[in-house]
Design a binder for this molecule. Sequence first.
Ligand SMILES: [Zn+2]
Length: 184
Amino acid sequence: MEFPLCTFDLKTGIFCSKCREKIRQGLYDEFDIKVMKLLLELEKRFPRLQKAGYVKAVNGKETIFIVLREGSLRDVKFKDLAALRRILSEKLEKHVRIVEDSNDVIRFIEGVITPARIIAVNKIWLPDGSEEMRVILDDRRRLKVGVNSLVKVVEEVKGVKLNVDFERRWRIRPRKVGKRISQV
Ligand SMILES: [Zn+2]
């Protein structure tokens, strides 16, 4: 796999000045280093990963996202991807999702939320001049990743503040309300 830090440095744990600078700038943190080391070890078992490129690992509250360069998973068999995800989930002790990056924010979000789907997208300008993206997803039950983790991965990888809502929330309406309406 192609890593943003030197393979040699990852193996030895001693980083050259170039890598140290990337870490100092906050592009990659301790968690990235841990994940990169793991992927480096697992590459032997999953040789198709050699063509993949590492982008970022995001440790969300409910889900860990490992973001790989667009096209990285094209040649990886579903069976291998599932096995890789299982091993990573065990080693990192949290639900892991492996997703591909995209230049298009919407496409990136679609990859993260699948099998849930985007119904609508709005851009909101906040009073402080910053921009927020509001997405409405089809169904709360179809989203298999945590909402907090989704917001975090989109912010850290795409630099976009995300606000998530659902078309179907599956809330049970209190009976009282229905009664009152029927009486009117
Ligand atoms: Zn280096």
